[in-house]
Design a protein around this ligand. Structure first.
Ligand code: SF4
Ligand code: SF4
Length: 355
């Protein structure tokens, strides 16, 4: 197999001392129990491909794509190996050999055809003139009412969002291994969104705009923290637990800001067992939501169980995907009589406090 992308990570792969610190907390390993499903297993597959000791197969490709890209393994790694970058490079080399999972293929084709992952031709950013570029992103294009709400909230705080006709940032193409489509998408994105700074509504877009486009991208929660005081928010007065989205926390290091916002809303914050850099994933990342729904669901159920165990009234998060995945998990658990908790995106709490 040709290993064009893995070659860039040869030195990083050599740093791995096979200690296995990375695998006991990996959400996929916890569900499937095979070392081949763990972070170290994926590292060994990558090493085998790179050194010509292994040929790709559907079985191995599935193991490599069984990953939420949550980055918890890197936090636990004794040598701080950039495991998710290696996994993404391995996915890229596998995809080049034709190993693309069916649900992923559809998502990638949707972006090319419509500019968003859902293939929704009607989904459009609410274009408006303003001062600060606001990137809406696929998840919020699919949630027009919520998007309008965020825009209204930003305007209430004195921000004048500038919104243009946009296209997907291309992160799913990187995550799912299609680097050729990614390069084309990046060109299109830069034409449509030629800014040096931006606010984003989705944490994943913020991380990708920062890392891959060198845009000074801020997730909206940072702006809220700066400006909220001026609106004199009412106290919400609830017991809340906060789920750290992987891309907001481990990718961007935004741990304190959402907690400070919650404190300004007068909530009692109780932490789940896994929190901040050791937060457990919701199960919705890395393409797992379409490639392995049962495993993704089981990971989400466990996260909701952690939230229920805190005794909080509400599980709040700052990512639309996490909110969707955890809400569904909570409904599932309620049906099974396993306890449930109301799940909300930070916006709902904020709007109730300032409207
Ligand atoms: S990124 Fe998350 S799911 Fe993927 S191997 Fe690492 S810990 Fe496991
Ligand atoms: S924790 Fe790091 S060094 Fe240890 S096996 Fe995992 S990737 Fe390799």
């Amino acid at each position: 197999m040709k290993t064009k992308h893995l070659k860039d990570w040869e030195n990083e792969l050599d740093i791995c001392i096979r200690c296995s610190y990375c695998f006991e907390d990996c959400p996929i390993f916890k569900e499937l129990g095979w070392e081949s499903s763990s972070a170290r297993g994926k590292i060994l597959f990558a090493y085998g491909f790179l050194h010509g000791e292994l040929e790709p197969s559907e079985f191995i490709a599935k193991r490599v794509f069984d990953c939420t890209l949550c980055r918890l393994c890197k936090e636990k790694c004794s040598a701080k190996v950039d495991i998710t970058e290696i996994i993404e490079a391995c996915r890229a080399d596998l995809a080049k050999e034709g190993f693309v999972l069916p649900g992923h293929k559809e998502m990638l084709e949707n972006i090319v055809a419509t500019g968003n992952i859902f293939g929704d031709k009607e989904a459009r950013a609410p274009v408006q003139d303003g001062e600060t570029p606001l990137f809406i992103g696929c998840q919020y294009l699919a949630r027009p009412n919520r998007t309008k709400g965020w825009i209204k909230l930003l305007e209430k705080m004195g921000v004048k969002p500038k919104i243009v006709e946009e296209t997907c940032c291309g992160f799913p193409m990187k995550a799912l291994g299609d680097r050729e489509k990614l390069e084309k998408q990046k060109k299109d994105f830069k034409k449509k969104f030629p800014f040096k700074e931006a606010i984003t509504l989705c944490p994943t877009c913020a991380a990708f705009l920062k890392e891959d486009y060198d845009i000074d991208a801020k997730h909206v929660i940072n702006v809220v923290l700066e400006k909220l005081g001026g609106l004199k928010p009412k106290s919400v007065g609830k017991k809340v637990t906060y789920h750290d989205p992987c891309d907001l926390g481990r990718s961007l290091g935004v741990y304190n800001q959402p907690r400070e916002v919650l404190s300004k809303l007068g909530v009692e914050l109780v932490e789940m067992k896994g929190n901040r850099n050791l937060s457990n994933c919701c199960g919705g990342g890395g393409g797992m939501l379409v490639s392995d729904v049962p495993v993704s669901d089981r990971i989400a159920d466990k996260r909701v169980k952690e939230a229920v165990d805190t005794g909080a009234d509400l599980l709040v998060t700052a990512c639309p995907t996490c909110e969707q995945v955890l809400s569904k998990a909570s409904a599932r658990m309620s049906e099974k009589g396993q306890g449930s908790i109301k799940v909300q995106e930070m916006f709902d709490l904020l709007w109730n406090a300032v409207k």
